[in-house]
Ligand binder design. Sequence first.
Ligand SMILES: [Mn+2]
Length: 286
Amino acid sequence: MRLPHIPQPEELEVALVGVPFDGGTTYRPGPRFGPRNVRVQSAIIRPWNPALHVNPFAKYRIADFGDLPVNPLSIEDTFRRIEQGIATVLKAGARTACVGGDHSISLPILRAVVKKHGPVHLIQFDAHNDLWDEYFGSKYSHGTPFRRAFEEGLLVDGGVLQVGLRGQVYGEDDFDFARARKVRMVTAEEFHKKGLPAVRRHLRAFRGKPVYVTLDIDVVDPAYAPGTGTPQVGGLTSYQIIELVHALRGLNIIGCDLVEVSPPYDAGEITSLLAANLLYELLCVF
Ligand SMILES: [Mn+2]
């Protein structure tokens, strides 16, 4: 996008924020390099969106806020730094579009967002529900952020939609928590069979509500997005995820993040390129 680096949030309406932390990964590491590579690939993004008839850079003052200062040796300290960094931007009146980093970063971002807006509705594009209780005895990881978010009262019961879930889980009861919190789910299988109407049906309930959007690049099939930490086959195409982002138009989006881009596992930089495009498409529905 070749946007200027402006670390003064009061100058901005939307701040693009890098969060180069992957201390919450459980399998392949590498998303700490996500912001860097998405920035590089964003150089080819042009401003006008002919599909949505919008130029987000004319509509809002948008710039690259830079990366938050994470602590690669401590997830707790990193969470404090992320929450504080995001809170500073929100206090100045800007919305944030964050690029991770692994999915653990969504928890401290949500903590800051909820302090400003109150409990939020969440739309999560992801192969995994990230609602597990713990991994290796740890409550904080990229597999647990939304479990913690529910427990901390950051999310509205019945106000979470997950799209793209697929692959194997550990057991039959892995979806019990989601059911108890009335999480709306459109699996990849269902989306492949029924298409966009299966998602639109749920989106009605999000109209007029403060909605936070989190996009895990692993929602896309590894054929299109190989550079990610926990790849799952049977996912979406590049076009399907763009279509899904377009379907968010008209919602009251108060912020978003795009996570789990792992450049060391990428091929021909296609994952970072897709991520840069999806970040742009997200800005177009802000
Ligand atoms: Mn995830």
